[in-house]
Design a protein around this ligand. Structure first.
Ligand SMILES: *[C@@H]1O[C@H](CO)[C@@H](O)[C@H](O)[C@H]1NC(C)=O
Ligand SMILES: *[C@@H]1O[C@H](CO)[C@@H](O)[C@H](O)[C@H]1NC(C)=O
Ligand SMILES: *[C@@H]1O[C@H](CO)[C@@H](O)[C@H](O)[C@H]1NC(C)=O
Ligand SMILES: *[C@@H]1O[C@H](CO)[C@@H](O)[C@H](O)[C@H]1NC(C)=O
Length: 580
């Protein structure tokens, strides 16, 4: 009963006459209706927004899970195999990758080498530039900027050595001080410190690294204030006052002056301040005005005027990374028309490179010679062994014929470089080689300072061809380092690759480059894919960002569009080292 009465009472509320007699209630009902619909509409919008966000988030979760899967795979030494079908962006043909259990074991061995090198540095040389392992002390060969530590950040990160990375990060946050009364090399500081910090930033997303990179770059920048825009090679970090080495008679060195583009362009993209990019690109613009038909430049250039300086032409010491960066700026800009000019200059230089290629007798090893004026010199630095990797990386930008031609040249040169190692009693390469008729190759300068160039090239060749031979060669080189260079307190170079007598220096590039390239040689190609990253000349990977600005015109980099196009990548361990 009670029920029926109550329901009968309710019915009157939907009878219009009830409200017509009560205008206040009608108004109230109207207000309730308006607010109600607004509320409903608002919820709907919120729900839609949330759904979008959720679907984005779940995409990211799926991506992160994939990456975590990769990571687990990274660390597994089990017999599991995984097939990756990948294309390194458009830099290579599609290669089917099958994880080989041997790869996982080798990767683990390389990681162990990094642990050993790093813990020795931590124990005996913490905060110093480099470790002297025999005497167990640190030395400040770069002004006391923690060169080994900064050079190692990305290697530690990529290898998943998280605790070590965190300790290094704390040092950068609390103890890294650039205000040093020290005459620093602009080039070495750029490739190691600016490059290392930028790479750590791109990988971890931690803005601390970007701020530090900008701080040191600001201290280097006055070096570019010259009549031509070609920088002086030395600057005092606390006082400025840029100048050149005494031994170059006031001239600048080609590689030192014209391989800061990757770092400075990246810095402008990430900070939104175009000045770094402008300074670095103006150098190439200046050089392009008098670029020779063979694209080969002597290693000394004049920062004060246009006079050509008589000196050596080489793909080894003091020339090398100039050519490397012509290609890599093109790749960094994602091969757009804005960076076309770099590619054209590079192709011109590769004609020049081809003109320097000779073959030994009797074994017909291909090598890249040098030139002084018109005379040809039958000598090649181990440093020039980066060239096979560069040629392989650049081969994809050519039409099919040239592409095959340069890839074949790359493979031939890599064979030669591998033999620089195999031909000595220690199986480690000397610093340079001379080529006399009838003797193939002979060690010139006989030290080995743990250099990376040959394993760097093997890494590129393996990534781009999928040919496992290059992994085998890399493994033999790694084992020679383990045998000759590993001591209880780190890794040392050799004073002589014939006798095996050791030196007392663990070069920072051993951790930055040699061990990183070896690690990647046994990792799935999805770890630092070449379609997304470009390595600076110290092996620091920097994210590729498509460029739409007009490159190398005065005011290059001013276009806002370019700065906007930089989105910080979401990377494997974003969540853990996170954005602050
Ligand atoms: C990987 O590929 C190989 C050959 O293409 C095939 O035999 C093997 O079954 C694949 N493994 C997995 C786990 O898919
Ligand atoms: C740094 O530059 C200042 C100013 O030119 C100079 O006086 C000082 O000697 C330099 N320091 C070193 C270590 O060369
Ligand atoms: C792999 O590379 C080596 C060395 O360049 C070469 O001799 C061999 O023919 C290559 N293998 C394949 C399958 O291309
Ligand atoms: C580079 O360009 C290709 C297309 O040409 C595009 O698919 C890719 O996403 C671009 N990469 C970056 C990092 O912008």
């Amino acid at each position: 009963m009670v029920r029926s009465r109550s329901s009968a009472n309710k019915w009157k509320y939907i009878n219009p006459s009830y409200y017509l007699k009560r205008p206040k209630r009608l108004a109230l009902l109207f207000i309730v209706f308006v607010f109600g619909s607004f509320f409903f509409w608002d919820r709907q919008t919120l729900v839609r927004d949330h759904q979008e966000e959720i679907s984005k988030l779940s995409e990211e979760v799926i991506r992160l899970q994939d990456l975590l899967e990769d990571l687990k795979n990274d660390q597994s030494v089990s017999g599991e195999t995984m097939n990756f079908s990948h294309s390194d962006g458009d830099v290579g043909k599609k290669i089917d990758y099958t994880e080989d259990p041997v790869d996982a074991q080798r990767r683990e061995k390389v990681k162990d080498a990094m642990r050993h090198a790093w813990s020795s540095y931590e124990k005996y040389a913490w905060g110093h530039d480099e470790l002297q392992p025999q005497t167990k002390n640190g030395v400040d060969s770069f002004g006391g900027l923690g060169a080994t530590l900064i050079d190692s950040l990305d290697t530690l990160y990529i290898m998943g050595l998280d605790e070590q990375f965190q300790r290094a990060r704390e040092w950068v946050a609390n103890s890294l001080d650039f205000n040093k009364n020290y005459d620093a090399s602009v080039f070495e500081t750029t490739i190691r410190v600016v490059g290392g910090l930028l790479s750590a930033y791109d990988l971890s997303g931690d803005r601390l690294f970007l701020e530090k990179a900008q701080d040191i770059a600001d201290r280097l920048l006055p070096a570019w204030n010259t009549p031509t825009g070609i920088p002086y090679n030395i600057i005092n970090l606390s006082h400025g006052n840029p100048h050149n080495h005494g031994w170059t008679a006031g001239h600048s060195i080609l590689a030192d002056s014209a391989s800061e583009q990757l770092e400075f362009i990246a810095l402008s993209q990430r900070t939104g301040d175009p000045k770094y990019q402008q300074k670095a690109e103006n150098v190439i613009l200046e050089i392009s005005r008098t670029f020779p038909d063979d694209g080969l430049l002597p290693i000394h250039i004049n920062p004060e005027g246009k006079a050509v300086v008589y000196s050596t032409i080489t793909f080894g010491a003091m020339g090398d990374s100039f050519y490397e960066y012509l290609l890599k700026v093109w790749i960094q800009g994602n091969r757009t028309t804005a960076v076309d000019r770099y590619r054209k200059m590079w192709e011109t230089s590769m004609k020049g490179l081809s003109s320097l290629v000779r073959r030994t007798f009797p074994s017909s090893f291909a090598y890249i010679g040098e030139k002084v004026g018109d005379s040809f010199v039958d000598k090649m630095d181990e440093l020039a062994c980066f060239a096979p990797g560069m040629l392989a990386l650049g081969s994809s930008g050519y039409g099919p014929d040239d592409s095959q031609k340069f890839l074949s040249l790359a493979e031939e040169l890599a064979w030669t470089c591998y033999n620089f190692y195999q031909s000595t009693p220690t199986k480690l390469a000397g610093e340079n080689y001379v080529f006399n008729k009838g003797q193939d190759m002979t060690v010139g300068t006989s030290w080995n300072i743990l250099r990376p160039e040959t394993v760097e090239s093997l890494f590129y060749l393996w990534r781009l061809t999928g040919n496992k031979t290059y992994q085998e060669w890399g493994w033999n080189i790694f084992q020679a380092f383990e045998k000759n260079s590993r001591i209880e307190s780190g890794y040392v170079g050799l004073k002589d690759v014939n006798s095996g007598v050791q030196d007392n220096m663990m070069q920072s590039f051993f951790l930055a480059e040699t061990l990183k390239y070896l690690y990647l040689l046994y990792s799935p190609p999805s770890v630092i894919p070449l379609g997304e990253w470009v390595f600076n000349t110290e092996a620091h990977p920097i994210k590729i960002v498509s460029r739409n600005d007009r490159a190398m015109t005065s005011g290059a980099g001013k276009s806002a569009g370019q700065q906007k196009s930089y989105k910080r990548p979401l990377t494997r361990r974003e969540g853990r080292f996170g954005n602050k």
